[in-house]
Design a protein around this ligand. Sequence first.
Ligand SMILES: NC(=O)c1ccc[n+]([C@@H]2O[C@H](COP(=O)([O-])OP(=O)(O)OC[C@H]3O[C@@H](n4cnc5c(N)ncnc54)[C@H](OP(=O)(O)O)[C@@H]3O)[C@@H](O)[C@H]2O)c1
Length: 253
Amino acid sequence: MISLQSFGRDLNAVVIGGSGGIGSALVAQLLMCPDVKCVTAFSRSGISVDDEMSRAPLRKLECHPIDLMSESSIKDASDGVSEMTIDLIIVATGILHSKDIRPEKSLNALGADSFSAVMQMNALAPMLVAKHFLPRMRKSGKSVFVALSARVGSISDNRLGGWYSYRASKAALNMLLKTLSVESHRTHPQLIVAGLHPGTVDTALSCPFQRNVEPTKLFSPSQSAGYLLDVIDGLDHSNSGGVFAWNGSQIEA
Ligand SMILES: NC(=O)c1ccc[n+]([C@@H]2O[C@H](COP(=O)([O-])OP(=O)(O)OC[C@H]3O[C@@H](n4cnc5c(N)ncnc54)[C@H](OP(=O)(O)O)[C@@H]3O)[C@@H](O)[C@H]2O)c1
């Protein structure tokens, strides 16, 4: 059973990207956590109730639309929860490939349009979420703003090369989260801001790239969500601005 006891109260949790592989598993596990009062899930395509979700107390769930490529949609989403004091925000959205986008195997594949789209989605959008949702976050006691990053965003860990846009977008996200941790200390002294690497997880995002992943290193979304919520429960203020893997270890920039 997931515990978020370190927050010390019944939580209001927000998941941005509740329709995704990891996002929907996070929503299901937050709903089942006795420390959570309400889960507000935002998504572009709506939340579907899968097996895991169907066992959860759905009365604790609220769902709203959001399109992270539009700042006005992000602002509308935040305006829609203006009555709520939020304890935990998890941004679980992201893009690696789409109909028009492939992660680059070499420099020749780099293109301005796909680079901009990946940067906007993976780096800028989580910060626009922070911009519009931070005023709704609790100002005293533990509160947490995390965004799903990726180990490939670590500059010092880059041994394989490739994936220019995705790597750059996650490195940029990590810097933006660090910068936010510095600024938010003034208005929300106890807020913890962090990036989280979920491991390699069996979702639509990783599906085309799973061939060389050892089966024991490919997590189910539910397994990864459990690990991530454990990491969130263990975070304290000294961790703010950092990036942490699914097992709690810090990832160097
Ligand atoms: N899976 C892995 O192995 C892995 C590894 C390292 C890091 N990560 C990171 O973990 C995060 C989640 O990945 P995942 O594997 O769960 O991917 P996923 O299943 O493909 O989910 C991606 C999510 O992003 C949402 N999204 C995309 N464009 C959007 C937009 N314009 N507005 C609102 N939502 C949008 C999708 O919403 P719709 O479904 O509504 O389109 C979906 O909820 C990403 O940041 C990814 O980089 C994943």
